[in-house]
Design a protein around this ligand. Structure first.
Ligand SMILES: [Zn+2]
Length: 436
């Protein structure tokens, strides 16, 4: 009964959308609006089906199962689908679908989603649940609702006869939450699609202030992990600070972290975190699982220290300049110590560009014409990194094209079902206008 009531509430919500506000849309766009409202329940069902398949990045069969759920939907629309197996790099694989990619002219559009979630099979958060106008479950926000919006935007375009002529690539990666290495292998096909495309649209959740303003995402910070390895001279502690023994590994690690804080911190959009530290006579660190063990004695100058951290930046230039500043700090060394800092590359940044801003203006106008208000650009500090950054150098792009949802990467993931038809409408109408 509760389910029936909540469905009724959702239908009423959609029915009261002010139809008069759609006057600025052309007849095709108005048909997209109606189709999206009529088919929102089917889109929700596709979210539910995905969420009830566990697809933690390292549950490779689960990730593939989500692809097998989405693939027939894309094939039925006439797109040519391809499964890119990534078992050679200990990941599941990616689902791609393409249409008219060999055509010249026109606007080439790349749509980006991902099949995996952060919730592995061992997690307690496993099932889709619906409660009135909201739904919860692993991936309702990040990003199985966006995956469904991608397919339903394509279906809406097909329903109004606007899909056949479009040049589209759909990319669902299978390891967004924990990308396999090397990146050239696990992101090669995505980067190739980015080089082909003019516009890229990322469908992770949209951001909304409470029940109010909806935001467009024109930039996202990139991130990289870093690893600091410090060595010192092991000795009886009575000899510490002597010319021969020096400061020991732990004092040197502390100096470096403090100078990062004093000298590198403070630039707008730049943050870095030290997430794990171990030091002593003997340490054993597993960087993959970020855990380890340390042994030391109060009266022994420690010979080893390791710090694992990450850094987030708004542009690749900021990333490089921060790296240089951090390396300069590391190079100063206290007596009889050594240290090396390395970065693992992680995710590049999606910088705010004029092209992205032009797309935001178009999207914002569509949202206004749908009666939902203007969409300002969201503060990049509000978002994490995403796959769209790999294609940002080659395309104008918008991320956050999915429905309003929150709580990604936590057991509080929540999706506002009312925002689903709007997300489908925005995406379909934007793609329709871009390809005309
Ligand atoms: Zn995601």
């Amino acid at each position: 009964m509760r389910t029936m009531l909540s469905r009724l509430a959702l239908l009423i919500c959609m029915a009261v959308a002010p139809l008069s506000a759609f006057a600025q849309l052309d007849a095709t766009e108005q048909a997209i609006v109606r189709w999206s409202q009529d088919n929102a329940e089917a889109a929700i069902a596709l979210i539910e089906q995905q969420v009830n398949i566990n697809s933690g990045t390292m549950n490779h069969p689960g990730v593939k199962q989500v692809a097998e759920l989405l693939e027939p939907e894309l094939a039925a629309l006439g797109l040519e689908t391809e499964w890119l197996d990534m078992s050679a790099v200990n990941r599941s694989g990616h689902l791609f679908a393409r249409q008219n990619t060999d055509r010249d002219g026109g606007t080439k559009i790349l749509m980006i989603g991902h099949l995996d979630t952060v919730y592995e099979l061992t997690d307690t958060f496993q099932a889709f649940e619906r409660d009135g106008r909201y739904a919860s479950g692993p991936g309702v926000s990040d990003m199985k609702s966006g995956n469904a919006v991608m397919i339903y935007a394509l279906k809406a375009l097909a329903a109004v006869g606007a899909l056949d002529d479009m040049q589209v690539v759909v990319a669902y990666t299978g390891d967004e939450e924990q990308p396999g290495r090397p990146i050239e292998t696990t992101r090669g096909a995505l980067i190739e699609a980015g080089e082909w495309a003019d516009v890229s649209l990322g469908f992770e959740n949209g951001i909304r202030a409470g029940e109010g303003t909806e935001y467009a995402t024109t930039s996202r910070r990139g991130f990289s992990g870093w690893q600091l390895i410090v060595t010192g001279q092991q000795s009886h502690s009575s000899q510490i600070f002597s010319e021969r023994i020096g400061a020991g590994a732990i004092f040197e690690a502390a100096r470096i972290l403090n100078e990062f804080y004093e000298e590198v911190r403070g630039e707008e959009y730049l943050t870095f975190n030290a997430g794990l530290i171990l030091g002593g006579t003997d340490i054993d660190v597993d960087a993959e699982t970020t855990q380890g063990q340390a042994f030391g004695k109060l009266n022994v100058v420690p010979r080893q220290a390791v710090v694992l951290g990450e850094i987030r930046t708004i542009s690749n230039a900021q990333y490089e300049s921060a790296q240089q500043k951090m390396q300069a700090v590391v190079a100063r060394h206290r007596p009889q110590t050594n240290a090396a800092l390395s970065f693992d590359g992680g995710y590049p940044a999606m910088s705010p560009t004029e092209g992205n801003e032009r797309l935001r203006v178009q999207l914002s106008q569509i949202n206004e014409e749908l009666g939902r208000g203007a969409m300002p650009a969201v503060d990049p500090l509000a978002r994490g990194a995403a796959d769209i950054a790999f294609v940002a150098p080659y395309t104008d792009g918008l991320a956050g094209m999915g429905p309003a949802a929150s709580g990604g990467h936590t057991p509080n993931e929540r999706l506002d079902l009312e925002s689903i038809p709007a997300a489908i409408q925005r995406a379909a109408i934007l793609m329709y206008r871009l390809s005309r």
